[in-house]
Every structure is written in structure tokens, then in C-alpha cells.
Design a protein around this ligand. Structure first.
Ligand SMILES: Cc1cc2nc3c(=O)[nH]c(=O)nc-3n(C[C@H](O)[C@H](O)[C@H](O)COP(=O)(O)OP(=O)(O)OC[C@H]3O[C@@H](n4cnc5c(N)ncnc54)[C@H](O)[C@@H]3O)c2cc1C
Length: 580
């Protein structure tokens, strides 16, 4: 069993079918060996350059100077970020045509996974910038693209996402920030945004803010929102950084975790911005940024969990307590010899494998949705749309669970800041909250994705799982047992899906009351299915790790799939049950 990060990524590439993607015309310039070499090199970079900044990042955090409005990042972060930029890592998953490395998105996701394990806060800066590149490449004018994209691609500047306001969190339509046209075609923006990640800092000499605001006379709600690009510094005639724009950091938050990342209250005072995309089309444009950002946030649950797992394993191998069953009396054994500790480590391992497969599968379908025949693209996009709330919501929920188990493995030391276990637990907790809370992800899953194609999208996936279960059932006792639990979970999830769809038409409150438990149910099922699929594929290819894959699928089936049918009652319990 390997825990080398580059090897884990490489195995996951095989499991989700990267080679088939690389065989397509779009990626004919990419060699598989180059992909593995790049990931291995980045894993080395992350371990040597980024990871050493993580402890100080957590302990010292970011500082705000109210006199100047400037933010100082923790020691070592500026230097690590510069090295990241110099090495050109941020451009890897973008098209050659825009100056990127030409690698698929799923490879970028593998780099992000490793990055976020090494320093979650710093990785968020790069992830948001990459999402800003996607947004401007899709919606920006040629001039805007020319001005911003090359510098964002290299990481010379960073990108931020401005949605949240004091009275507009989950309810984005309540945004009040205004954008008033100026005679020269630009807009004057005024308002206050809160919780803006990397809104102000000392890593780059300019920051490119992407801001949702309301133009005069626009309709209420999200339909009246437009998107603006608002640089921290005006652009000079040469395109270089000019004088300051009306953008000010009013303060930064003191948070539970994620201390390397400044979370800012930002003030716009007649800040000059340019419209991006059509007026009133702000939400559509912002979704180009939010969808990849949701995948990046989901990935964080995996990354922090993986770091917690490595630390829990190392601790459990070192810490001696008690004598194992059958051991020599009076001689204490490492705690990983005790079945209950092994159970905890196995829970972490199986969950992380499932989470990685969910995230990488979603990313691979993002690549597929951008190439090939239209029919295939549409199918791939459907999968992305269905899996994104699961990759964000279910994966980050499980990330919290995994880091909590990691803390438990440490016993009392897990509660002491001397170990990294508390930091992992605190860091993981943001995942279910930002980029749309997991409650909002679950509602998106139930109200938009579950109803897609009259329910055929989800039903098609469930039918595919049943087909795979047949292949699994012939892989000995372990395969048969896993297939049984997989099929039982499919049947219960089908019943839940039908019930939710029906209630949406007749009693929407009932459907909304079941949304979060349904996301947990479907997420557990998709995770178990992908582990099963991996076991089947590896067995068919007589690949290394086939037995191990089956053992993990079986453990997961007993641990999580077995509980899925029991949750049907919760999903279909209706809204009445909530008034207690
Ligand atoms: C560290 C950090 C970094 C952040 N970074 C950014 C950033 O870079 N840019 C940015 O724009 N924002 C950012 N945010 C904001 C974040 O996205 C919001 O906090 C989040 O979307 C929730 O909004 P809220 O805090 O107003 O909570 P609320 O919307 O008040 O929600 C409170 C609770 O009510 C639930 N709820 C609300 N409405 C509904 C509904 N209709 N149905 C069911 N349940 C509902 C929520 O799920 C939640 O449990 C960040 C936040 C934090 C803490």
C-alpha cells in the first residue's frame, strides 16, 4: 500500500481513465510519462517549499494594519509563492493557446490536491486565481483577456471572487453593491463585501477582483446582477500597475482555521470597474468561476483529510499502549496493532480513496465536456453537473469526519496544538461552509440535478451501478458481498430519488427537508460505486493493487454502503418531522 502522493495521483489517473482522455486529439501533445513526472516534481516542490510554511501559517496567521489597510501574510509565504510563480506551476492545467501548460484539468486537480495538503490557505489563493482565468477567458473582452489573463495565468497577480455581503450570503440575489455607469464606459462601484478570501495581501503587486454588483434600474434578485472586473491598482497606459483604485481593505477576520488565507472585509468607494459579460448576466458569468471553485473546495476536504491520515498513521505506528491480542504480556505494542485503531485508520483510508475517485472523476468529465462530439460533451457535462454538489458537499463533510477520526487516533495529544491534528480538524471545517454551504449544495442537487431529463440522469447512473455490481459479484466472496451492499444501496437511493422528485411537484418543503440526508446517501453510494468500479477494472486488467482495491471496496461497503438503506426513512421523513 503506497502513500506517496505522486503515486496516489498516478493510480487515480489510471482508475478514472486518464489514458483514454490523452488518446483524444485535444491532448495528443500530452504524454502520460510527462504527466507523472510533472506531478512527482510538484509533490517534491510542495514538500520542500510549501509544507514548511504550514505551521507558522496556522500559528502566526495574517496581520492587518488598520493605519494602512495592508495585510501581511505569515512568515515564508511570500517566498514560497514567488517560487511557485517562478516555476510556472499555476499555468499547468490551461490550454496552450492561452499560454498554459496544455495539461488536462484532472492533472491540475492532482496538483491542487497536493498543494492544499501542504498549505491549505496558500493553495486557495492559486485556486481562486485559476477560476478567475476561466471566467475571464470565457466572458472577458479581447482587451480584458489580454490585460489580465497572462498575469493571472503565471500568478504574477491573483484573482478574487466577490459575492458575499453582510445581508447577502446564501441569498446572492440580496446583493446591494452598486455599479453606476461613467461617461467613459466604465462603472463606479460602491458597497461593502465581506469574507473575501485573499482580498488584500502582500504576495502580488496587483489583485484582480471579480465583483457582483447591481446597475441602476436593474430588476431585483439575481437577474439584476452584473459582473465587474475591478483591479486593486488602475492599469497604466503600458498595461503595468498604476495608481490605486477605490478598493480598500477595512479589516480581516479572526477564524477557526485556514489562517494562512486572509479573509477580508472590503470596501468599494467609487472604485472603477469594467463590465464582464452582458449587463444582467452576472450570475451566469460568475458560475464559470464558481463551478471550478466548488470542485477546488471539495478537493480541500480530500487534501486536508489526506494530510491528517499521514499524520495519524505515523503517530499510531510510534505510540505504544497496551498489549495486542496474542502479544507478549508486559510488552506494550504500537497502537496500530489494536483492532479499534486499525478500524479508525481503515475508515480514513477507504473514505479518502472514495473522495479522490469522486473528485477526479468529476474533473475528468470536465475535460471530456470540453472535447469530442457534441453528444458526448453533453453527457459529460451532465455528469459534471450531477457530481459537482457531491464533490463539494459530500467530500467536504467527509473531510471533517476524516480529520476528526485522525484527531481521535492521537488520543489526548490530538487535542493539543503541539500535534498537527487540531489544525487539520479546524482547517477542514471551512469546506462545508464556503462556496455555497453544503445545505445549498444539497438543495441544488435535489431541485436542479435530480430533476434533469425527468430524472433520467440519476436513473442512468443508478442503472450503470447495477451493471457494474454484476461484474463485481463474480470477484470471489469479497466481490459478492460488496455487490450485495451496492445493489441494496442503489435500490434505496432509487426509491428516495423517486420520492423527492414527486414531492418537489406536490410538497416542495418535504423535498427540501430531505435534501441534505439525500446528498449524504447519494454521495456514499457514488463513492462506494467508484471503489467497486476500480476493483473491477483493476481485476480485469490484472493490475497491481487489484486485491487491495477489492479489500478497500469491501471495507467501505460494510462501513458506509450498508447504512444507506437505513437512511431512506430520514430522506422521506417529510417536513413535519422538523418541528420538534
Ligand atoms: C473563511 C471564509 C472565506 C470565504 N471566502 C469568500 C470569498 O472569497 N468570496 C465570497 O464571496 N464569499 C466568501 N465567503 C462567504 C461564504 O461563501 C458564505 O459564508 C457562505 O456562502 C454562507 O453565507 P452566510 O455566511 O451569509 O450564511 P447564511 O446564508 O446566513 O446561512 C446560514 C445558515 O442557513 C442556511 N441557509 C441559508 N439560506 C438557506 C436556504 N434558502 N435554504 C436552506 N438553508 C439556508 C445555510 O446553509 C447556513 O447553514 C467566505 C466565508 C468564509 C467563512
Amino acid at each position: 500500500m503506497t502513500h506517496d502522493r505522486a503515486t496516489l495521483a498516478s493510480q487515480a489517473f489510471d482508475d478514472v481513465g486518464l489514458s483514454e482522455l490523452l488518446a483524444t486529439d485535444r491532448f495528443s501533445h500530452v504524454d502520460r510519462a510527462d504527466v507523472d513526472a510533472a506531478v512527482a516534481e510538484f509533490a517534491r516542490f510542495a514538500a520542500e517549499v510549501v509544507a514548511p510554511t504550514d505551521r507558522d501559517g496556522d500559528r502566526i496567521g495574517c496581520r492587518f494594519d488598520p493605519a494602512t489597510g495592508q495585510v501581511t501574510t505569515p512568515p515564508g509565504l511570500v517566498s514560497a509563492y514567488r517560487k511557485l510563480v517562478e516555476a510556472g506551476w499555476t499555468a499547468v492545467p490551461f490550454d496552450l493557446a492561452v499560454g498554459g501548460g496544455g495539461f488536462p484539468r484532472v492533472v491540475g486537480v492532482a496538483l491542487q490536491e497536493i498543494f492544499a495538503s501542504a498549505n491549505l490557505g496558500l493553495s486557495l489563493c492559486a485556486a481562486l486565481t485559476q477560476s478567475a482565468v476561466e471566467l475571464l477567458s470565457r466572458w472577458g473582452t479581447a482587451e480584458q483577456q489580454q490585460r489580465y489573463v497572462p498575469r493571472l495565468l503565471t500568478g504574477e497577480w491573483n484573482g478574487t471572487m466577490w459575492i458575499t455581503e453582510p445581508d447577502a450570503g446564501s441569498d446572492v440575489g440580496a446583493i446591494r453593491t452598486t455599479a453606476t455607469p461613467r461617461p467613459d464606459g466604465t462603472y463606479a462601484l460602491n458597497g461593502t463585501k465581506i469574507f473575501i478570501s485573499w482580498g488584500e495581501h502582500d504576495l502580488t503587486d496587483n489583485i484582480v477582483h471579480l465583483v457582483l454588483a447591481r446597475t441602476p434600474g436593474s430588476p431585483p434578485g439575481t437577474k439584476g446582477l452584473s459582473l465587474f472586473v475591478v483591479p486593486k491598482h488602475h492599469m497604466g497606459a503600458t498595461g503595468r500597475t498604476g495608481e490605486a483604485n477605490g478598493v480598500r481593505c477595512a479589516s480581516i477576520e479572526h477564524k477557526l482555521g485556514l489562517h494562512s488565507s486572509p479573509t477580508a472585509v472590503m470596501q468599494l468607494d467609487d472604485a472603477v470597474g469594467e463590465l464582464v459579460g452582458p449587463e444582467g448576466g452576472g450570475m451566469r458569468a460568475m458560475f464559470t468561476m464558481m463551478n471550478p471553485a466548488r470542485l477546488s473546495i471539495g478537493l480541500q476536504g480530500l487534501s486536508v483529510g489526506e494530510a491528517a491520515y499521514a499524520e495519524a498513521r505515523a503517530f499510531a505506528a510510534e505510540r505504544h499502549q497496551g498489549t495486542r491480542v496474542g502479544g507478549e504480556r508486559g510488552i506494550s505494542d504500537p497502537i496500530d496493532r489494536h483492532p479499534d485503531v486499525r478500524r479508525m485508520l481503515a475508515q480514513m483510508r477507504a473514505s479518502l480513496d472514495a473522495m479522490r475517485l469522486v473528485v477526479y472523476t468529476t474533473a475528468l468529465h470536465t475535460d471530456l465536456a470540453a472535447s469530442g462530439e457534441q453528444h458526448d460533451r453533453d453527457r459529460a457535462q451532465d455528469m459534471v453537473d450531477l457530481l459537482t454538489p457531491i464533490a463539494k458537499g459530500w467530500v467536504t463533510d467527509l473531510g471533517v469526519e476524516v480529520t476528526s477520526i485522525g484527531l481521535q487516533v492521537h488520543g489526548g495529544m490530538g487535542y493539543i496544538e503541539e500535534t498537527s491534528a487540531p489544525q487539520r480538524y479546524r482547517d477542514a471545517r471551512i469546506g462545508p461552509i464556503y462556496e455555497g454551504t453544503n445545505g445549498i449544495q444539497a438543495i441544488d442537487l435535489v431541485t436542479r440535478k435530480l430533476t434533469r431529463h425527468d430524472g433520467d440522469l440519476v436513473e442512468g447512473l443508478l442503472a450503470e451501478m447495477e451493471q457494474d455490481a454484476k461484474e463485481l459479484s463474480v470477484l470471489g466472496d469479497a466481490g459478492a458481498l460488496t455487490a450485495t451492499f451496492l445493489c441494496q444501496a442503489v435500490t434505496a437511493t432509487r426509491t428516495a430519488s423517486d420520492w423527492l422528485r414527486e414531492r418537489q411537484a406536490t410538497s416542495p418543503e418535504d423535498a427540501l427537508a430531505g435534501a441534505t440526508p439525500y446528498m449524504g446517501m447519494l454521495g456514499d453510494l457514488v463513492g462506494g460505486w467508484l471503489l467497486a468500479r476500480r476493483a473491477v477494472d483493476r481485476a480485469a486488467a490484472e493490475a497491481a493493487g487489484a486485491d487491495e482495491a477489492l479489500a478497500v471496496a469491501r471495507f467501505y461497503a460494510l462501513e458506509r454502503l450498508a447504512t444507506v438503506p437505513g437512511r431512506l426513512a430520514t430522506v422521506t421523513g417529510g417536513a413535519d418531522r422538523l418541528f420538534v
